[in-house]
Ligand binder design. Structure first.
Ligand code: AMP
Ligand code: ZN
Length: 651
């Protein structure tokens, strides 16, 4: 090992670390990063004179984009050392036994996959909130944190700092990511917490999970978590382990269940429970010694990029797509991966012939997460952004200050095919692949969505087409006719109106019975629907008002396509309409089932108790939980599961 190799390694690590913390892009997997970091540590141990001050072995990664003198942490916010296997956990626990001279108690918590923050309170009110930043100095996020419901639930007497993780739930991520614009919940949470406009911030829901409390008199960490919960903070489930076997079992159980949680976790964190050991063991510049993170293995495959092409979507947006040397990952063979958008392509700097790392996002969508720069050579060719549409040759344009490129040609074959393909996909019309749609478009049978319903007039020509026969054409025509019966919430989504994805269509049609009704809504009426903000309402309004949207709906209506939403199954007897419920604690049925029934019968579910809440539902009506206390304070009626079942007329 020579000094140049060491320097190159450190340069790479700095680049990866900056990219991850500042721009939320993983150029390599966490596991590989940690391997390189270990390698760097080893070299530094053997050659102390080489150690660079900027080496990522010496400081936690930084998310700072700007630094500000006033945002120094009262005490450093450290990172956690990662482990990936039972062997290392065993080693760690054995070492803790040695250092403490006993079988120390260990608390195992979720490793929340979000952004750490320290929040300072005075009499229960937030006075300052900082991100971890580089560990010593953080980014000021006070204004946004003040607007978070989670922190406004905190008891009015709390003075001091509390640390935890700001994260976005899977549900909220799905709501905001109908277009698939964002890579994952952590990235979006990270972008959200740093938004400069509080009004924009308020449109997205973030949660704060607390896991550290300043200056409590408790001797044990588990007592601190309990206390945080009592104070009204959101806290995660934790496991109290008394020996190595229990520790390993807890890590396994969290791993087995992690896909069922409401939030993303990327591992488990183990901490010695007795806080006196924390002082005793201290920390390195980067990590505390009393804690360790266990990261669950995420499969990463390496493969070569054969080509990078540009595709045009129904909105005209151009998306880069990589064709890969086929590779097996997480149970299936992957040969293509989208690169999200042109900006992402530029940031991640993937080139044709590069060897890349791929992962499956949410265990389904293959994503390129980074480039193996060690294998880059002069054969790796940079991709040039296109200037013309790959399908129709029109000059591409940018919209406003956005980076994406658009084909504005309404007759662009790529856009038309994608539009029809989207429609058949959402309505689940079987038998249509893009290839068939492309072919029918080429033959002039399909130029717009409504043409689908005129295909039956061309039956005599279609049955003569190569690779089709009477049977397959009749089946296709039958499926097309059947699609006229689909409920209107699906139809509304299938139209491909900007801003109305599957979820949004459902939200709108839950409140309105027919598409005609929706077409006549004012901006105010749209924004009064739960889940639609003012900006979204005006965007949807403008899209619905467009001549082309109106013509499409009118044509579909004349063709006999159903315009009525699914009838809501209302239990006529239920007494919950117009009431709001906050359900908490263990029940005999999954909470979701009650929530669905409440919603179906015209009631509303809320996650926290406010003066507007009608009922707090809990089987532990006398517990001292923060929700119970709040309900009592505000005079909100507390009812049991049994009473809720009576209101829902379930028994
Ligand atoms: P890393 O981001 O890989 O450096 O991991 C360390 C970070 O994990 C800490 O800075 C915390 O922000 C975060 N973290 C998530 N969950 C926990 C937890 N339960 N206890 C402590 N830190 C946590
Ligand atoms: Zn085009």
């Amino acid at each position: 090992m020579d000094r140049n190799t060491y320097n190159k390694l450190i340069d790479d690590l700095i680049k990866y670390s900056e990219s991850y913390y500042k721009y939320n892009i993983s150029l390599i997997s966490d596991e590989q990063f940690d391997m390189m970091l270990k390698q760097a540590e080893k070299i530094e141990e053997e050659n102390p004179s080489w150690v660079r001050l900027d080496s990522p072995t010496q400081t936690p990664g930084s998310d700072l984009v700007s630094s500000d003198e006033g945002n120094v942490h009262a005490r450093p916010m450290l990172s956690l050392e990662n482990t990936y296997n039972e062997e290392d956990v065993t080693k760690w626990y054995k070492k803790m036994e040695e250092l403490t001279g006993e079988n120390p108690e260990v608390v195992v918590e979720y490793k929340f996959d979000g952004n750490s923050a320290g929040i300072r309170f005075s009499h229960g009110k937030v006075v300052k909130a900082l991100t971890r930043g580089n560990g010593l100095v953080g980014e000021n996020i006070t204004n946004n944190v003040l607007a978070m419901e989670d922190v406004s639930n905190v008891k009015s007497t709390f003075n001091g700092e509390c640390r935890g993780e700001i994260i976005m739930s899977k549900e909220e991520f799905a709501r905001l990511n109908v277009d698939g614009k964002y890579a994952n919940a952590r990235n979006l949470a990270s972008g959200t917490i740093k938004l400069l406009d509080v009004n924009e911030f308020k449109k997205r829901k973030l949660w704060f999970y607390a896991y550290w409390l300043e200056g409590s008199k408790n001797l044990k960490h588990s007592q601190d978590i309990d206390l945080l919960r009592e104070m009204g903070f959101r806290t995660g489930k934790y496991y109290l382990c008394h020996n190595l076997e229990e520790l390993l079992a807890a890590i396994k159980e969290i791993g087995d269940n992690r896909n069922n949680l409401e939030i993303e976790i990327d591992g488990a964190v183990m901490k010695l429970n007795e806080k006196r050991y924390w002082e005793m063991l201290g920390s390195t510049a980067k990590f505390p010694r009393y804690a360790k993170a266990y990261k669950y293995h995420q499969e990463v495959a390496e493969t070569k990029v054969l080509s990078i092409d540009f595709q045009v979507g129904r909105s005209g947006k151009i998306t880069p797509v990589a064709t890969l040397n086929p590779v097996f990952i997480d149970g299936s063979t992957v040969s293509r991966a989208t690169l999200n958008n042109i900006e992402f392509l530029k940031q991640i700097d993937v080139r044709v012939n590069d060897t890349v790392y791929i992962q499956k996002a949410a265990a389904i969508i293959p994503q390129i997460i980074g480039v193996n720069l060690n294998l880059r050579n002069e054969d790796c060719l940079e991709v040039v952004s296109p200037t013309t549409c790959p399908d129709c040759g029109s000059i591409l344009v940018k919209e406003g200050d956005k980076v994406d490129l658009f084909c504005k040609n309404e007759f662009c074959p790529g856009r038309i095919v994608d539009k029809i393909s989207y429609y058949t996909h959402v309505l689940e019309i079987d038998g249509f692949g893009d290839e068939i749609i492309e072919r029918f478009h080429y033959l002039n049978y399909l130029n717009k969505v409504v043409d689908l319903y005129y295909l039956k007039d061309k039956r005599h020509e279609l049955v003569l087409l190569d690779r089709f026969g009477e049977k397959s054409i009749d089946k296709l025509l039958f499926n097309i006719e059947e699609s006229k019966k689909v409920p209107a919430e699906k139809l509304l989504a299938a139209l491909g109106i900007k801003g109305i994805g599957i979820k949004m269509a459902k939200i709108i049609m839950e409140k309105h019975q027919t598409i005609d009704e929706v077409m006549n809504l004012s901006i105010e009426e749209l924004s009064s629907i739960d889940g639609i903000g003012d900006i979204k309402a005006s965007e949807v309004y403008l899209e619905l008002a467009k001549e082309e949207t109106r013509a499409l709906i009118q044509n579909l209506k004349e063709l006999g396509v159903n315009m009525v939403a699914t009838k809501k199954e209302v239990n006529d007897n239920a007494d919950v309409a117009g009431l709001s419920f906050c359900i908490t604690g263990a029940l005999s049925l999954p909470r979701k089932e009650y929530e669905l029934l409440i919603e179906k019968n015209g009631g509303k579910n809320v996650s926290g108790v406010t003066s507007k809440t009608s009922y707090l539902v809990t089987n532990d009506t006398t517990s001292g939980s923060s929700k119970n206390k709040k309900a009592q304070q505000l005079g909100v009626k507390i009812i049991s599961e049994e009473e809720l079942r009576q209101l829902l007329k379930m028994d």
